[in-house]
Every structure is written in structure tokens, then in C-alpha cells.
Design a protein around this ligand. Structure first.
Ligand SMILES: [Zn+2]
Length: 154
């Protein structure tokens, strides 16, 4: 094995994750901005899931009533009914969990830091996630792309 254990995984999913991770640090480099970003992201998640769940429940009924099979019996097979019931139950679980996460997050969002500490956040953000177009980053990317066992993504 010629694997280098310290090298982070370079599969497309991980690469996309690193990129997003760095972008969030770069674009929201203070505690305040991280709080806003995560709050907005959580609310967007809840709004969208909630809306789809509401629509599914309206069309197919909730788990607890029997409208599901009645309403869909002429439109689809038992298999489709199962899929829809599973989706409704998954979305209900997601919503319940997001609701708990929101309660926990409120604690995190109550914190306010003085400007001196917020500047420290910005300082580290620059180190952790430098501008992808800056020279050092471009040089590092070239080095990575020249590694023989990595696909050339240029
Ligand atoms: Zn990976």
C-alpha cells in the first residue's frame, strides 16, 4: 500500500464538502454571521420540509388515518402507498428533530461577543479558509493536481 494516511479524502463528495465548508467560513467569518447563517439554514430546512409534509398529508392523509390507502388505491399500487407512507413518516421525524435542534440552537444564538473577539474570528477565518483565488491557494491546487494518482481536474 502506498497510501498516505494524512492525506484528506479526494473523492468528489469530500471535495465538494471541503469547498462548501471553506466557503461558509470565508463568507461568514464572525460568530454573529455564523449564528445568522445557521439560523437561516435551519429555518429554510424546516420551511421546505414542513411544506412538503403538509402537502403529502393533505393529499394522502396522515399515518394514523386510513385515507392513505383509500385515496391512492385507484391511482397507484400498494407499493406506491408504502413509499408515500414511509416518506410522510420520515419527514415527520425530520421535522421533530429539526424542532429539537432549533430549541438547542437558540442557546447558541443568545451569545454575543465583543468586537475584539469577533476580529479574532475573522483572523482565523482567513487562515482556515483563504480566498480560493489567492495565490497560495492556487499554487497548492496546482501541486495537488500534479500528484500522479489524482485525477486532473484542471
Ligand atoms: Zn471522500
Amino acid at each position: 500500500m502506498t497510501e498516505v494516511p494524512e492525506e484528506p479524502c479526494q473523492c468528489p463528495d469530500c471535495l465538494r464538502f471541503y469547498k462548501e465548508h471553506d466557503r461558509f467560513i470565508r463568507e461568514c467569518p464572525t460568530l454573529r454571521q455564523q449564528q445568522e447563517l445557521n439560523w437561516a439554514s435551519l429555518q429554510a430546512f424546516r420551511t421546505l420540509c414542513g411544506r412538503v409534509l403538509e402537502d403529502l398529508q393533505k393529499q394522502h392523509g396522515t399515518k394514523s388515518n386510513k385515507k392513505v390507502s383509500e385515496l391512492t388505491s385507484n391511482a397507484g399500487s400498494d407499493h406506491q402507498v408504502d413509499l408515500i407512507n414511509q416518506a410522510i413518516s420520515d419527514l415527520e421525524n425530520i421535522n421533530a428533530h429539526l424542532f429539537s435542534i432549533e430549541a438547542l440552537m437558540e442557546r447558541v444564538f443568545e451569545v454575543k461577543l465583543p468586537d475584539e473577539i469577533e476580529s479574532k474570528f475573522k483572523e482565523f477565518a482567513g487562515e482556515l479558509a483563504p480566498d480560493p483565488l489567492n495565490l497560495d491557494r492556487i499554487r497548492l491546487n496546482r501541486l495537488l493536481h500534479q500528484t500522479p494518482d489524482l485525477p486532473d481536474r484542471s
